[in-house]
Design a protein around this ligand. Structure first.
Ligand code: FAD
Length: 394
C-alpha cells in the first residue's frame, strides 16, 4: 500500500473508506484490480483498554461469512466483538418472545461490533493494488463515455473506469453525480449510551416495545453494553444533554428491570432517516451502502444491507474483469441496481411497517402488537423463521 501515487490511472476509485467502502476496496484489490481509496479520516488505532466506540452494529452471519473471506473478520476477532445467542422481544416482562441460535442449529445469531473496529480490521488487510488517499476528499467529478475523473482537495486527479460512492448517507458523490433521493426524517430519534452493567458477559440482545417507542440492549464485551432509547426527537435531545449520572437515573427509571443497575459511561444521539436514492448509478458512478439507502436502525440491518450491496457489486466487477469486459458498463451497473434496489426497498418498507406497529401507542396497533407477540411466542416455526431472518439467510 502506498499513501500517494504518481500514476493517477486506476481501474476503480472508491470514495469513502467506512465499513462498506473498505470492504469493496479490499475485495477488488485482492482480486488484482488497481484501486484508489479516498477517505476523509482514518479510523483510530485500537487500544485494548479504550472505551468502546459508541457506534455499534449488529452483524449477521451472512456479513460475517463474507468478511471472513476477506480476512477482516479474524482481525476483528483479535480485537473486540461480542457474539449473541439469543434475541428477545417483549412489551411486558411476563411475555418475552425469545429467538435462539440453537433453534436453527447455529452457535450464535450474530455479533455486536464497534463500527470503527470493523473498519480498522478491514483497513489492516489493505495491501498490494490499493492506493490510499487519506486524509483526502473530492472537489470535482467529471465523466466521459470511457472514464470518470475525480479531482481531490490536494489538486491530484484520478481517472478510472468506475467510481464507487461509499461516502455515507449524506453522500457528496451522489450529489456530484446528479442522483436525487426519496425519503423522510422520522419524528423519533434515538439515544445511544455505552453502559457498565452489573452482570457478567451477556449473550442476549433484547428490545422492549413501549408506548413511547422501543428500548433496546445490545451486549458488548465483558460487563458493558449499548443501550438504545427511541423517543420523540425533542425528548432525545433533552436526554442527550444530561450528565452521565443524570442519564443513568433516567435509564434505570425508564428501562425494564432486566437492564440492572447500569452506569452510563458515554452517550450520543442520532436522527432517524429513511433515504432511498432514485437510482443506484449515473454514468460511471455507482452507489453502495448508506450512500444508496439509509434505513430505520430498529432491526439493525443498515450495514448488513451495505455489505450485501458490496458483495454483489464486487462479484460483478471481478467477473467482468475476468471476461475482459468494461467494469463500468451500464449493463453491469443495471444488473447491480436490478438486484439490490428492490431487496433494499423491501427491507426498508418492512422496517417502516414494523416501526408503525411497534413504535406508536395507538389502541388498534397496541392490540395488533400484542397479538403478533403472542403468536410469535407460541409458534416454533415463526421463531425459527425470525431467527433465520436475523442471521441473514435467504
Ligand atoms: C443509531 C444507529 C444504530 C445502527 N445500528 C445498526 C446495526 O445494529 N446494524 C446495522 O447493520 N446497521 C446499523 N446502523 C446503520 C449503520 O451504521 C450504517 O448502515 C453504516 O455505518 C453504513 O456504512 P457505510 O460505510 O455505507 O457509510 P458510513 O459508515 O457513513 O461511512 C462513510 C465513510 O465515508 C467517509 N466520507 C464521507 N464523505 C466523504 C468525502 N466527501 N470524501 C471522503 N470520505 C468521505 C466517512 O468519513 C466514512 O468513513 C445503525 C445506524 C444508526 C444511526
Amino acid at each position: 500500500m502506498s499513501s500517494d501515487s504518481s500514476n493517477k490511472e486506476f481501474d476503480i476509485s472508491i470514495v469513502g473508506g467506512g465499513m462498506v467502502g473498505a470492504a469493496i476496496a479490499l475485495a477488488l484489490s485482492q482480486a488484482g484490480l488497481q484501486v484508489a481509496l479516498i477517505e476523509k479520516q482514518a479510523p483510530p488505532e485500537f487500544m485494548p483498554d479504550s472505551a468502546p466506540d459508541l457506534r455499534v452494529s449488529s452483524i449477521n452471519l451472512a456479513s460475517e461469512a463474507w468478511l471472513t473471506q476477506l480476512g477482516g473478520w479474524p482481525a476483528l476477532e483479535r480485537m473486540r466483538l461480542c457474539p449473541y445467542q439469543r434475541l428477545q422481544a417483549f412489551e411486558q416482562l411476563h411475555s418475552i418472545v425469545s429467538f435462539n441460535a440453537a433453534d436453527i442449529k447455529r452457535s450464535h445469531l450474530g455479533h455486536i461490533v464497534e463500527n470503527n473496529l470493523l473498519q480498522l480490521a478491514l483497513w489492516q488487510q489493505f495491501g498490494a493494488n490499493l492506493t490510499l488517499f487519506c486524509p483526502s476528499s473530492v472537489t470535482a467529478l467529471e465523466q466521459s463515455a470511457e472514464s470518470a475523473m475525480l479531482t481531490l482537495d490536494s489538486g491530484e486527479q484520478l481517472s478510472s473506469k468506475l467510481v464507487v460512492a461509499a461516502d455515507g448517507g449524506n453522500s457528496q458523490l451522489r450529489r456530484l453525480a446528479g442522483i436525487g433521493t426519496n425519503g423522510w426524517q422520522y419524528s423519533q430519534a434515538c439515544l445511544v449510551a455505552l453502559v457498565n452493567t452489573p452482570y457478567p458477559q451477556q449473550d442476549v440482545t433484547w428490545q422492549q416495545f413501549t408506548p413511547t417507542g422501543p428500548k433496546a440492549f445490545l451486549p458488548l464485551c465483558g460487563q458493558q453494553g449499548s443501550v438504545v432509547w427511541y423517543e420523540e426527537a425533542s425528548r432525545v435531545k433533552q436526554l442527550a444533554a444530561l450528565t452521565p449520572a443524570q442519564l443513568t437515573q433516567q435509564l434505570i427509571k425508564a428501562f425494564p428491570v432486566q437492564l440492572g443497575e447500569v452506569e452510563v459511561v458515554a452517550s450520543s444521539w442520532f436522527p432517524l432517516a429513511r433515504m432511498d436514492a432514485n437510482r443506484y448509478y449515473a454514468g460511471r458512478v455507482v452507489l453502495a451502502g448508506d450512500a444508496a439507502h439509509t434505513i430505520n436502525p430498529l432491526a439493525g440491518q443498515g450495514v448488513n444491507l451495505g455489505f450485501a450491496d458490496a458483495k454483489l457489486l464486487t462479484e460483478l466487477i471481478i467477473d467482468a474483469r475476468r471476461h475482459n469486459s468494461d467494469i463500468g458498463s451500464a449493463q453491469l451497473l443495471q444488473r447491480y441496481q436490478r438486484k439490490r434496489k428492490p431487496a433494499n426497498l423491501l427491507m426498508m418498507s418492512a422496517m417502516d411497517g414494523f416501526y408503525q406497529v411497534f413504535g406508536h401507542d395507538i389502541a388498534p396497533l397496541r392490540t395488533l402488537r400484542q397479538l403478533a407477540l403472542n403468536v410469535a411466542a407460541r409458534s416454533t416455526l415463526l421463531k425459527k423463521l425470525v431467527a433465520r431472518y436475523a442471521v441473514g439467510s435467504e
